[in-house]
Design a protein around this ligand. Structure first.
Ligand SMILES: NC(=O)c1ccc[n+]([C@@H]2O[C@H](COP(=O)([O-])OP(=O)(O)OC[C@H]3O[C@@H](n4cnc5c(N)ncnc54)[C@H](O)[C@@H]3O)[C@@H](O)[C@H]2O)c1
Length: 329
């Protein structure tokens, strides 16, 4: 058994906390350290079930001293920390540039200083922009179309530059849209579930025809771990379950499963620069042996069930943050 001390930045957010749970189950021999600023999107409660098995440090990746303090004792880094909501980036892009670009620079520098042997950057399919036909391959050009995806693309370019210039041990994963437990209610699927359960109108941008490729979060966690152990340094890996649906059809499925009427759907003014379709070619990660396990129908049932059983998790978020339910992700 190999011993590893892994730093998971952004580990109190949606995918990060699912990844922490996954790693503790899959690699009980590893030591897990979480660094998280606990912004509106990060919650200690997301890690409650594993609290006594991890070291949690509240800190900010944009601060050199916070990054160095934790990185100096770790072997590997998996970076989830980011500002992640497209709508927020359209209103105010500065925080995205600070966290998603400057924060990554800080982590890369600290990783270089303390000789980290693997650095996995969690990126997104949004860096490619949208595609009407076919699917993006890893070597396709980056064409981000909103401030969030532009900041994530910039982070990737920095990672690539550090790999080429300093030999930094980088891998990058670009995953499609995730869904599952612990996702903030501002995002499309949890918002729809919560609104359906509360019999409230469910807003949908434009005509609802925009297509997203959905992956159950646990499958993405497995793929991220796969790349961590089997990925080639300097490479990018697309991660998706190749399950594309129109936003309106995702909402219809949730309404059907929660036994609510379609009359709850409310069409609202479209988001500026709204990407029409995301689609990923996943041949490269399949070639190193990873395949997704969860079909959308099963994953969405598990997700609805989780939100139904965990009202105490999302109710305070909604009350405290007064989530604007006229915006969707
Ligand atoms: N959610 C998706 O569908 C999706 C899809 C593809 C890629 N991604 C990427 O995966 C990663 C995680 O996404 P998510 O949906 O879990 O995000 P999230 O918004 O739920 O969580 C982000 C986490 O980062 C933390 N954070 C923010 N700024 C920080 C800082 N300066 N220092 C330390 N911690 C900070 C937050 O507190 C939070 O815990 C992001 O990098 C995102 O770009 C997400």
């Amino acid at each position: 058994m190999i011993y590893m001390k892994i730093l998971i930045t952004g580990g109190a957010g949606f995918i990060g906390s699912n990844f922490v749970h996954y790693m503790i189950r899959k690699h009980p021999e590893y030591e897990i350290v979480v660094l998280d600023k606990l912004t509106y999107a990060g919650k200690k409660e997301n890690l409650q079930a594993v609290w006594n098995k991890i070291t949690f440090i509240k800190g900010d990746i944009t601060k050199k001293e916070d990054a160095e303090k934790v990185i100096k004792n770790c072997n590997w880094i998996v970076n989830f920390a980011a500002e992640t909501h497209v709508d927020r980036s359209i209103i105010e892009a500065g925080t995205f540039v600070l966290t998603d670009v400057f924060g990554i620079y800080n982590l890369l520098e600290a990783a270089r200083k303390f000789d980290i042997s693997k650095f996995e950057q969690i990126s997104t399919d949004e860096v490619y922009g949208h595609i009407l036909k076919g699917s993006f391959k890893e070597q396709d050009r980056l064409n981000p179309r909103n401030p969030y995806s532009a900041s994530k693309a910039s982070a990737e370019l920095l990672c690539k530059a550090y790999f080429e210039t300093y030999g930094s041990p980088i891998t990058i994963t670009r995953s499609s849209n995730n869904y599952g437990p612990y996702q903030h209610p501002e995002k499309l699927i949890p918002k729809t579930i919560i609104y359906a359960l509360s019999n409230k109108a469910i807003p949908i941008y434009g005509t609802g025809e925009n297509i997203r490729d959905w992956i159950y979060v646990e499958d993405n966690c497995e793929a991220i771990d796969w790349v961590l152990h089997k990925g080639k340094l300097g490479e990018v890996y697309n991660i998706a379950a190749n399950q594309e649906f129109k936003n309106v059809d995702v909402i219809r499925t949730i309404l059907k499963l929660t036994r609510k009427p379609e009359s709850l759907i409310e069409y609202v003014k479209d988001r500026p620069g709204h990407d029409l379709r995301y689609s990923l070619n996943t041949k490269k990660i399949r070639e190193i042996g990873w395949i997704p396990k969860t079909i959308f129908n099963d994953g969405i049932k598990k997700t609805i069930d989780w939100y139904m059983r965990n009202t105490q998790w999302w109710m305070p978020i909604i009350e405290k943050e007064k989530v604007d339910f006229h915006k969707t992700s």
